[in-house]
Design a protein around this ligand. Structure first.
Ligand code: PEP
Length: 277
């Protein structure tokens, strides 16, 4: 059964929170409280905290290629591998610090005017450096209210994927490329999308991946939901067969919330494994 072969992923985006002095302890606590079979866990602290988080989850908690353990991700990456780009961090520089990255987060589209074309280059350089990459897409509230959510997300996916071939993006790694559907109006607002709406967008994204020639029609690409995810609403998303986990912002800084979110995601992972057996 194709659907159940997709991994279940919970990624935490710590945004501009924590310091090198306290990030390790938070990561250690979350790692210890989220040991759930079948859930790929990724923590994305600020750049300056990557080493502390890496060290905190080393040992039994360290990420393995199969997604067990806790992986460390960067929240962004530059679109060039090296050069005269003051203050920037490139994908090759992350070697030894992070194995994942997020590209295209709406806060970066909003704050530094990142375009789909630029985000596509970030995706390509990340994958070329072997970083597993979460591409964020999502519509504004006015676009949803105008009935244009699917059209907007389709345009973002096509724009971001124009710079590389599907084969280069996936590169034979089932965890290599994921898409996070994050409606902008749901991020940090406490107002989450409905599970059915997220599922509708996920289906539309997979239709776009099919049209773009992704292997197996894009059925193998995990699609996460993000936008005010909490322990109180994660079930709504995990109940949707087309949704493969969550990109969690504010709640990912709270160990109790992360423990509950990952536990709920683990139920979906177990159900998928049973359906596969
Ligand atoms: C995010 O940062 O990607 C996010 C979804 O944030 P929040 O969960 O706080 O809405």
């Amino acid at each position: 059964m194709i659907r159940s072969m997709r991994p279940v992923i919970v990624a935490g985006n710590w945004k501009m929170h924590t310091t090198p002095a306290d990030a390790g302890e938070l990561a250690r606590t979350i790692a210890a409280r989220t040991c759930v079979d079948g859930v790929v866990r990724v923590l994305c602290p600020p750049f300056v905290c990557l080493a502390a988080v890496r060290d905190a989850v080393a040992g039994p908690d360290a990420a393995a290629p199969d997604g067990s353990g806790v992986a460390v991700g960067a929240q962004d990456v530059h679109h060039e591998p090296a050069g005269a780009f003051t203050g920037a961090v490139s994908a090759p520089m992350l070697a030894g610090l992070a194995t994942w990255t997020i590209v295209g987060h709406s806060e970066r589209r909003r704050d530094v005017c990142e375009t789909d074309e630029l985000i596509g280059r970030k995706l390509a350089t990340s994958r070329a450096a072997g970083l597993r990459t979460i591409l964020c897409v999502g519509e504004q509230l006015a676009e949803r209210e105008a009935g244009r959510a699917i059209q907007v997300v389709d345009g973002q996916v096509r724009g971001c994927l124009a710079a590389a071939t599907p084969e280069a993006i996936v590169a034979g790694d089932t965890l290599g490329f994921a898409i996070a559907y994050e409606p902008v109006w749901a991020i940090g607002t406490g107002r989450n999308a409905r599970g059915a709406d997220a599922a509708e967008i996920a289906a539309a994204i997979r239709a776009t991946l099919t049209a773009l020639g992704f292997p197996n029609g894009g059925e193998d690409v995990p699609i996460l939901y993000g936008g005010s995810v909490a322990s109180s609403n994660i079930d709504e998303f995990m109940a949707e067969p087309s949704i493969d986990g969550a990109l969690v912002g504010g709640a990912s800084l709270k160990p109790d919330e992360m423990a509950a979110i990952v536990a709920r995601a683990g139920l979906t992972a177990a159900a998928r494994a049973a359906a596969d057996a």
